[in-house]
Every structure is written in C-alpha cells, then in structure tokens.
Design a protein around this ligand. Structure first.
Ligand code: T1G
Length: 700
C-alpha cells in the first residue's frame, strides 16, 4: 500500500509525491491527503514553490472508478483542482507515464506542467460513458483551443508529450531527470513570485480562445457529426467545450458538473464501467493462483494462412522468437507475404517503425519441416478447420516437441479433449482460440481441456496477456462460449425468418440495438459455407424434435455463400462489399414458408431485439451453469470483444440483470410453453431466482 502523498522540502520547494499503487488512482483518502499537503506547503515559510509528482509507473490515471455509483466523498476532484489552482505559491506538475482523466485535470489545475518525453496525456472519460468532471472541459480548451480538446475528449485517446507541448497542454518536456528539472524550475518560479509575479492560472488563459470563429466552427462540425449519438456524454462534451468560450469559467464548471452527474447516472455509463472492470476480472482464473506459468520465449506457429500469419505477427510484436511452419515453399512464401503486408500496414498507420519491423522479422524463422520445432516452448496450430488435418498436425507436434513444451490449437469449435487424446501428452494441450483478424481482435478464448495441466492454463493466460490480448477461460463444448452463443442467436433469427421477418428487417433491428452488423450481414461476410459444413457435420447427431430451419441450406445449395460468391442473403453487385436486399432471397423464403405451411406474421424491431437478446442470455446462463464459463462477466467480455455486442450495453449477462431475472424467466417460460424447448429457461436462472440473487452476484 502506498503512502498516498508524501511531503518533503528540497531547496525551498515542497515536493508532494502521490503514491497509491498500482496506478495512483485518485481515491477519497488520496484526495484528502493531497488537499492537506497543498495547505501545508502554502503555510510553510520554508517553501516558495510546490512540485506535484507521482511515484511508481505513472502519474494518476484518473478518479478511482470503483467509487462511482457510491455516495461521493469530500473533497471532490473539482474542489481539489480549484484548491491547487488557487495556491499563492507556484505549483509545477511533473508528469510521467499516463496522466489520464482526473490525473490530467490535477495537472491542468497546476500552474505549470513539465512531462517526461515518454509521457502520454488523455481524457478518456467518454470511454466510461461520462465526461471530464473536474474542470477538464473548461481548462483544456483555454490552453489548446476547441479542436485538440474535442479530439482528446471525444476519442478518449491520449496524446504524446510532444503533441501535448504543441497544443499547449504542457510547457516543457524534461531533457534530464524529470523531478530535478521540475524542482529547479519551481525554484525559479518561486523567486519570480516573491519578486511580485503571480502564478499563471489555467482558468485565466485565453490562448485557446483567441480565434472564436475557428473555435465555433470546430464545435459545429463535431455537433453535426454527433447527430444521432446513442451515448449521452459526447454531445454534452461539445456543449461544455462551447461554454468555455461563451460563459465565465465558474458557469462553465457548473455546466460541466451537471452534465457529469447526469451522464454518471446513465445506464450507458454503468454498462461501460462494467465492461472496463470485466475485462480485468477475466484475467483472474484459479489456475493462476495455483500454478506458475512456464517460460515462453520461442514459439512455433503451424499454418501461415490468415490466422497463422496474424498470430505470428502478434507474437513477433511481443518480442518472441517465432518459427513458422508451412507444408511447402509456395504456402510458406504466401504466409510470409501476409506477414509483410501486416507489417507494412502497421508502419503506414504509425503503429510500428521500419526499424522495429526489421528487428521483428529477424526473429522469424520460416520452415517447411516440423522438425524445426524441437526447441520451441509452445507451438500453436492454425491449420484449416478440419478435425483430421488438426489431428495429423497434433500427432506431428507430439513427435517433435521437446518434453514440457505446450501444444496449442487455434480451433474455433473442435473438441480439445479429442485432439489431446491424439497425443502422448494431453496434459500439455490447450486451446488458444484467437479471433480474426488475430493482429487486431483483443479476445482469446483459452479452452481448458479435461486433462490440461494447471501450469499450461496459467502459461496460456500469461502468453495472451503478453500479446496484449484479453484471455477468457472456456471449458470444452461445441463452440466454447462465443460461437455457442452465436449459434443460439442465429437459431432464433432463423426462426423469425421462417415465421415472417425478412433478413433485412432482422439485420436492421440488430443494428438499431447497437451491433455494427446484423446476423445475416455477418453470415454473408464470414461465408455461409463454413456454417453449412458444420451443420452437415452435426446432422447425424441433431435432435429430430428440435426445430430446424433449412433456409441457410437452401441458399448454400444454390451456391449463395455470401460476399465470396457475390450473393448470399444479400446481393453484392460488381464485387461490392455492401450488399443489397435480393428479391430472389425473399422469394426463396416465401416458398420455404409455404412448403412448411407457415403463415408469415410481422415482427417489430423491438420483438426481434428482445428475442435475440433472450436467446443469448439463456444460452449464456446454460454455459455458466455447465461451468464452461467462470463468471457472467467472462461471457460479457467474450460477446463485447469477439462478437460486436454494443459496449454501452455491457454484454448479455449485464443486460439480463438490467431487465431483471424474474420478468426474463417468465418470458422464457411462456415462450417455451408456446414455441418449444428452445426457450426452456436455463436452470441457473431458476436457481438464482430461488436464492434472490442476480447474475452479477456470481462475478465475485
Ligand atoms: N480507478 C480504479 N482502478 C483502476 C483505474 C481507475 N481509474 N485504472 C486502472 N485501475 C486498476 C485496474 O482495474 C487494475 O486493477 C489495475 O489498476 C491495473 O490496471 C473526474 C471522473 C491506466 C491505461 O478511464 O485505462 O478521472 O485488475 O490492468 O493495462 O474527470 O488502467 O490489478 O485489480 O488496466 O497497464 C478516467 C482507466 C477515470 C483510465 C493502465 N481514467 N484505466 O492499463 O493496467 S474517470 C481512466 C486505464 C475520471 C475525472 C473522471 C488503464 C491504464 P487490478 P490495468 P494497464
């Protein structure tokens, strides 16, 4: 536990060091301490200036988000900022790491700012569904002008120290030791104040307001772009930044506070906070508490297709040595070309420098012989999604890998236990289900086999985090967590398709709910033939009593596989990726309804959304009840990061608690009575109701 805020005087400068690991979050106790330290410096005759700095890895990253939703505790951050700014002795703020949110607002309340060259400064509150609530919307634009301030607050993205200097957010970048330079500068400023100067207060700055026309143009452009925003915070950010130009500082502060409190109380902010903490909770699995991860420095990737090339690229960027295996030179060359293209795009977008790419490629060893994997610590297969092909690769890995090496599979739904049984070392087998494109998507489902050693699971989690991914633990079942919920979602959509809704109505309803794409747009993009092959694989074991909709099969039999064939549920003219509704598809659906004796009925967007959501929730509750997922939060993270579930709704399990398990269960039970077993409520929902608990009570 840190000391919160220490106080020492060096050469007439009070050095206040914030010390609250791991990220110096500005909790109530720290705010109280800092308030007292500021007052002490003001009253200390030996002090002529003050430096505020932080210990550990970073300057404060913001308010303590865990306090949100609880009664506010004094002093509030705005009060603390006002107190710092009102100091009679100059306050220099020394910034390192990531000064974010309330942390940056503390710095802006300081009179002068000096940053380490590697520092980053941001106002990411919008990512939590709120806005800066401690003067950030008023002080920032006074220094930077509207456009840079709006960009920071609406994107939530931090800026570099260099960019912060350019836009006037900081005054200096330290050339040597940050604290020493801050103290020396504070001493000079203290002498100037003693000679009659006054400290420069951000609230009095006008540099950013010097061109009102440009300022208001920026406001108007942003306001226009935000029309239809589903989130309450972005339009309020624009209003507050506009106020910084038009009304006195105190009035602008009051506007900001009112907007902050309103957004903080919104469902969207609650959902975004849930998502923030859920993404961190999922990394906490029992295996990590009981076993040490094995060292992974050398990694093998078998298969250099789209997934294999993406996985290899991510591993190279994380500093690993990668041996890439393909069956022959031609396939290997194609894989290398994919990796080179990914690197070229990273350089083009400024995410990597050419010298970094060269260093990464030097750690890549392309081979066509699996024997080259004899020294790797972990090998992951990413070959074609076919059980025989994967079994053969696993048998080869079992033969060549050294004892203690880990065999991982990237399969998206095959049975890990069956693959493990094909080896002499099932305890060293694990699933690492990356999502495509692997170099972009944050989610990795870590699929734990019945015999996976705990150290192997711990290693998988450590590796995923090292790759910058969010690992979620999944047990073995068909589709693990995400694809299993996706299957239920698609089934209920198909039921509505057969009962009277069009694919285009369903897609529109789900986009209106917040998904970027509807289920049929996703199907066309992924390729209808992949799911078709899976349905044919499962046909023999399908329950004949289960409702089965043939429409997707009929489209596939007609050669309509989606974008790849120019037609699926939509028609794609001239290779366009933007599909148009196709009368042929509607005719095919009408014929199928007639064939099945179904009289089509209309579905409202609300009913479409509700049925799809309930199907996802119920399947999630089944997955939870079977122990396939550890917690409801794990399911939410999978759906948010892997399947485009709108983040400002928190995920299906979070939504279930918002709806309420009692009405949810009653609706599922009614549907089960009227429409069949698909809707039978998951046993877990009944157990929770009996105990008077909610799903979130299972998140620990
Ligand atoms: N409050 C409480 N805990 C926090 C926290 C915060 N703001 N930020 C991080 N943590 C915890 C996190 O849960 C984890 O805990 C540990 O710190 C390490 O974090 C008035 C109102 C800074 C980029 O939104 O973006 O200020 O899991 O795993 O990957 O205007 O943390 O170990 O128990 O994420 O290196 C605005 C949120 C708040 C920044 C570091 N600030 N944090 O990422 O580590 S609102 C933010 C982050 C505000 C004012 C408003 C990231 C990071 P545990 P981590 P990381």
């Amino acid at each position: 536990m840190g000391k919160l805020v220490t106080y020492e005087v060096r050469e007439g400068v009070a050095v206040l060091t914030i010390d609250n690991p791991p990220v110096n979050a500005l909790g109530a106790a720290l705010r109280r301490k800092l308030m007292r330290r500021i007052a002490r410096a003001e009253g200390d005759e030996a002090v002529r200036a003050t430096v505020i700095r932080a210990a550990g890895r970073t300057f404060p990253v913001g308010a303590d988000v865990r306090e949100f939703g609880q009664p506010p505790k004094a002093p509030l951050l705005p009060e603390l900022c006002d107190r710092i700014e009102a100091a009679q002795k100059p306050v220099v703020v020394a910034i390192h790491g990531t000064a974010l949110g309330g942390g940056l607002e503390i710095a802006l309340a300081g009179h002068y700012r000096i940053a380490d060259s590697g520092a980053r400064l941001g106002l990411p509150e919008v990512l939590l569904g709120i806005l800066p609530g401690a003067g950030g919307t008023q002080r920032t634009p006074r220094l930077t002008g509207a456009d840079p301030a709006l960009e920071m607050m609406l994107s939530g993205r931090p800026v570099s120290a260099q960019r912060a200097l350019e836009i006037g957010l900081i005054d200096r970048i330290a050339e040597g030791e940050l604290t020493e330079e801050a103290i020396a500068w504070a001493r000079e400023l203290g002498e100037a104040v003693e000679a009659g100067a006054t400290p420069r207060r951000s609230r009095d700055q006008r540099a950013g307001l010097a061109d009102p026309d440009a300022y208001l143009r920026a406001i108007a452009e942003r306001r226009k772009a935000l029309q239809g925003s589903r989130l309450p915070a972005p339009p309020r950010i624009v209003d507050c930044v506009e106020a910084a130009l038009l009304v006195p500082f105190e009035t602008g502060l009051a506007m900001e506070r009112a907007a902050f409190e309103e957004c903080l109380a919104s469902d969207e902010a609650a959902a975004l906070r849930h998502a923030f903490f859920a993404e961190r909770l999922v990394a906490k699995v029992p295996e990590l508490a009981r076993a040490e991860p094995r060292e992974v420095a050398r990694l093998g990737v078998v298969g250099a297709g789209l997934m294999g090339a993406g996985i290899a690229t991510v591993c190279l960027a994380a500093g690993l040595e990668v041996t890439l295996v393909e069956r022959d030179e031609a396939a290997l060359a194609a894989g290398l070309e994919r990796i080179e293209k990914l690197h070229a795009r990273a350089v083009e977008k400024g995410r990597a420098r050419p010298e970094q790419v060269a260093e990464r490629m030097a750690r890549l060893r392309p081979v066509t012989d699996m024997e080259a994997l004899g020294e790797v610590d972990l090998a992951i297969e990413a070959v074609f999604e076919d059980e025989q092909a994967k079994r053969a690769v696993f048998a080869g890995l079992d033969r060549v890998l050294r004892p203690g090496a880990i065999l991982a599979t990237n399969t998206s739904y095959l049975d890990i236990d069956a693959l493990a049984a094909a080896t002499s070392r099932p305890e060293d087998v694990i699933g690492l289900h990356f999502f495509s494109p692997a170099h972009v998507m944050k989610l990795v489902e870590v699929v734990v086999g019945a015999r996976s050693d705990e150290a192997v699971t711990a290693t998988a989690f450590a590796l995923a985090r090292r790759l910058g991914k969010v690992p979620v633990r999944a047990g073995v079942c068909d589709g693990f967590i995400g694809n299993r919920i996706l299957t239920a979602y698609r089934q209920v959509a198909d039921f509505m398709l057969e009962d009277g809704a069009s694919p285009y109505e369903i897609d529109a309803a789900m986009r209106d709910y917040g998904f970027a794409l509807g289920p049929y747009q996703v199907a066309d993009m992924a390729g209808l033939d992949i799911a078709w092959a899976r349905r044919k694989r499962l046909a023999a074991s399908r329950d004949p009593a289960e409702r089965y909709v043939r429409i997707a099969d009929l489209l596939c039999e007609a050669g309509r596989f989606g974008q790849k064939t120019g037609a699926g549920y939509y028609r794609y003219e001239g290779g366009s990726r933007h599909g148009a509704p196709d009368p042929e598809v509607l005719a095919l659906i009408d014929a199928e309804r007639a064939e099945r004796g179904i009289r089509p009925r209309p579905f409202s967007p609300e009913e479409i959304q509700r049925r799809c959501l309930e199907a996802m929730i119920n399947e999630g509750a089944r997955i939870l009840g079977e122990g396939i997922a550890l917690r409801p939060a794990d399911i939410d993270v999978v759906m948010l990061l892997g399947y485009g579930f709108p983040r400002w709704r928190g995920g299906p399990m979070f939504e279930a608690d918002r709806i309420g398990l009692l009405p949810l269960h009653a609706e599922l039970a009614r549907r089960a009575r009227e429409e069949g077993d698909f809707w039978r409520p998951a046993p877990l929902l009944e157990e929770l109701l009996a105990d008077g608990r909610r799903l979130r009570d299972l998140n620990g």
